[in-house]
Write a new protein. Structure first.
Length: 275
């Protein structure tokens, strides 16, 4: 017999290690929503055809992960303001009238984890963002919305940081530089948005760049503490956190877009930490 549950998926390449199916299964169970959510591997040159096939088979929505967030942005027939600012889409909603809405829930997911789950205040704080790639672009708008004193973007390739800062300068005090320019600076919150943790390495940070009661946050997460989370602990961070909470919070925002209600995230984060 054919399944009558609404169909959702996360599309990426690779995709087998994604935690999103497990997260959405827990959300569905908790809220009593009848839906199925699966991983969808798209060929590197086959994002559009894979997504079209999923939609034509009745799919209701998708999450999008590496390396397809830019293609998803192009694929959407309309986009939210935050997706427009991020230049990338991590959530698609397929409406019965044929419209395809593209949103980006990564940035709000990070803010929810920092402020609701960990009680951090971002207003008036000095924030350092490491990296100037897609993840950094996705979080800058929501971070600036919180009213920090300033945001500095530091990147291996300094020009990318400068260009990224320039494109967000209408939203608040943000500047870009290379890592060498950090030697005389101090920040209350350092967010690692580089992919250095994937290679278990660290951006070259001066030791005193974190203020005495400062916090560290790595967008990446792993079963063991990342190199950056360890760096934070070694340098006296009040909190040194990984990105698992952000992953669950961005998923909750996607779930809300699709189903109209926001699931409880605390129990899901706890379950993933202990699994
Ligand atoms: N928790 C979540 O929900 C979530 C959501 C989105 C992304 N992420 C994570 O965010 C990270 C970045 O993703 P992305 O999409 O932004 O990647 P990306 O677009 O490829 O950008 C990578 C960035 O990392 C820098 N970089 C790479 N290796 C480095 C090294 N060894 N030392 C210093 N800088 C280095 C690059 O610098 P150059 O410009 O000089 O090359 C660039 O700024 C990934 O680890 C991803 O898993 C997490």
């Amino acid at each position: 017999m054919m399944s009558t549950a609404d169909q959702y998926a996360v599309v990426g390449n690779p995709i087998e290690h994604s935690k999103s199916p497990e997260i959405h299964r827990m959300f569905a169970e908790q809220t009593g929503q009848k839906l199925e959510y699966r991983p969808l591997l798209a060929p590197l040159d086959g994002f559009r055809s894979s997504v079209e096939a999923f939609r034509e088979a009745g799919g209701r929505g998708l999450n999008i992960t590496v390396p397809f967030k830019l293609e998803a942005w192009e694929f959407a027939s309309q986009r939210t303001n935050r997706a427009e600012r991020a230049g990338a889409v991590n959530t698609l909603v397929f409406y019965p009238d044929g419209r395809i809405l593209g949103d980006n829930t990564d940035g709000v997911g990070l803010i929810a984890d920092l402020t609701r789950n960990h009680g951090l205040v971002l207003a008036g704080r000095r924030i350092l963002v490491l990296g100037a790639g897609g993840a950094a672009r996705g979080i800058l708008g929501p971070l600036l919305d919180e009213g920090p004193e300033e945001i500095v973007i530091a990147n291996r390739t300094a020009e990318r940081a400068e260009m990224l800062a320039e494109s967000f300068s209408n939203l608040g005090p943000v500047s870009g530089c290379g890592f060498d320019a950090l030697s005389t600076r101090e920040f209350d919150l350092i967010i690692n948005a580089t992919s250095a943790s994937l290679e278990d390495s660290l951006p070259p940070l001066p030791g005193h760049v974190l203020s005495s009661d400062g916090c560290c946050y790595d967008l990446m997460y792993a079963d063991k503490p990342t190199a950056f989370v360890l760096w934070g602990r070694e340098h006296g961070a009040l909190k040194s956190l990984d990105g698992l909470g952000m992953l669950v919070e961005q998923a909750a925002e996607s779930f809300k877009l699709w189903r109209g209600l926001r699931p409880d995230t605390t129990s899901v984060i706890q379950a993933l930490r202990t699994s």
